[in-house]
Design a protein around this ligand. Structure first.
Ligand code: 4NP
Length: 159
């Protein structure tokens, strides 16, 4: 299959899903898979439409060699459920909200289904905490995206 489209989804599209988009795109680039896999992100909420990622998300990404500064927040649309092959929710509430807007036919998973070290299905929301929360979130998203990309390569790109 060519151009498998992945959509990372959180609540505000300023903390977690911009990191997931940037980290996943970086891994896709490392494997030269840009022609086969595309990634975008959005939020279920509307508060931050048009805003850049949270400064702490930008900082932790940059520290790890990933530039997410040019991203701009957008809200989830009903048609995203049809346009994207996989919608990846950062937590269970995001998953529920995606299904209520996009319907049961959308292909929706929680990112931490791919986290072998998970103690919860939710990527914790770092919005109300300090910088350390963003470091933890980066590490969770990084190892989950690694496994997600492997799964997409093995499951979908070989069809
Ligand atoms: P995110 O974090 O869903 O990871 O982008 C949040 C950002 C903003 C808000 C909540 C969560 N907010 O309520 O504005």
């Amino acid at each position: 299959m060519s151009n498998f489209k992945v959509l990372m989804v959180c609540l505000g599209n300023i903390c977690r899903s911009p990191l997931a988009e940037g980290i996943f795109a970086h891994k896709v680039g490392e494997r030269s898979l840009e022609e086969q896999i595309a990634v975008d992100s959005c939020g279920t909420g509307s508060w931050h439409i048009g805003n850049p990622p949270h400064i702490e998300s930008q900082k932790i990404a940059k520290k790890n060699g990933i530039d997410i500064s040019s991203q701009s927040a957008r809200q989830l649309r009903k048609q995203d459920g049809k346009e994207f092959h996989l919608l990846v929710a950062m937590d269970s509430t995001n998953k529920k909200d995606i299904i209520s807007l996009c319907g049961d036919s959308a292909s929706v998973v929680c990112l931490r289904e791919y986290d072998s070290e998970r103690d919860s299905l939710d990527v914790p929301d770092p919005y109300y905490g300090g910088p350390d929360g963003f470091i933890e979130v980066f590490n969770i998203i990084d190892r989950s995206c690694e496994a997600l990309l492997r799964d997409i390569q093995n499951t979908y790109l070989k069809q």
